[in-house]
Ligand binder design. Structure first.
Ligand code: SAM
Length: 235
């Protein structure tokens, strides 16, 4: 069981004020994560304090550096067990329109249950990102795309930027801030422009960075390519 006070304090240090009902939602989410993980592997991080820092605070850190508005339409690519967008939904009182996308069905079944125990609603799609963004229903229709721990930034940009509408943002949660140089070409080709890149530390001292990319023009229809080409020849 996670410690409410610890979560409350660390979140506040990142400028996020969690009320009682949000803290209860995080507790339910954590116990669902820890108990499901005993049956099948969703995450290597299961110690309660690690779940707080490495999953919840790591996700909530977005709110310190990026303004998410109530009602924003967000797509979380490679959402795994729901990070970062499920914590963001909790902190924003469920008032974000979130789509979770993952290529592994069992992870989405977990998200479905986690949303249910938290009393939240979202769209859940079992798909590969590079295929889904070819569908006009999803292409360039989101205010924000997010992703954490899915692929190197130069690959990730091709998976995420096609979903973002012009004027929207791709928010990438990364470890050390050393991937931007190799992704400059991809960002430009896909219609993006780096707005900011901030580095910070989690409460345990681990280094993280958040890269915020603004979509300034449409993504050419040639992208995204098939995954084997994206990975073999990143833009
Ligand atoms: N974002 C979560 C987190 O931070 O805990 C999960 C990270 S996990 C290491 C990467 C996830 O991305 C996996 O669940 C995997 O199935 C998914 N994934 C990888 N490539 C993908 C793709 N092209 N389309 C959709 N999902 C993808």
């Amino acid at each position: 069981m996670i410690n409410r006070e610890t979560l409350y304090k660390y979140a506040r240090d990142f400028g996020v004020e969690l009320d009682d009902s949000m803290l209860s939602q995080f507790r339910l989410y954590a116990s669902e994560l820890i108990s499901t993980n005993k049956k099948y592997n969703l995450t290597a991080i299961t110690e309660p304090d690690d779940v707080i820092i490495k999953h919840f605070i790591d996700s909530l850190a977005v709110l310190k550096f990026f303004d998410l508005d109530y009602g924003d339409k967000i797509i979380d690519i490679g959402s795994g067990a729901g990070f970062p967008s499920l914590p963001l939904m909790i902190a924003k009182k469920g008032m974000l329109e979130v789509t979770f996308v993952d290529s592994v069905r069992k992870k989405l079944l977990f998200i479905e249950r986690a949303l249910k125990v938290c009393g939240l609603r979202a769209e859940i799609i079992h798909a590969r990102a590079e295929e889904l963004s070819l569908n006009p229903e999803y292409r360039e229709t989101y205010d924000v795309a997010t992703a954490r721990a899915v692929a190197p930034l130069n690959v990730l940009c091709e998976l995420c930027i096609p979903f973002v509408k012009v004027g929207g943002y791709f928010v990438a949660l990364k470890g050390a801030n050393d991937e931007l140089d190799s992704a400059e070409g991809a960002i430009k080709t896909l219609g993006g422009k780096v707005e900011s890149c901030v580095s910070y530390k989690l409460p345990n001292g681990d280094s993280r960075s958040i890269i915020i990319i603004k979509k300034i023009s449409q993504t050419p229809t040639a992208y995204p390519r098939m995954y084997k080409n994206i990975a073999a020849k990143p833009l």
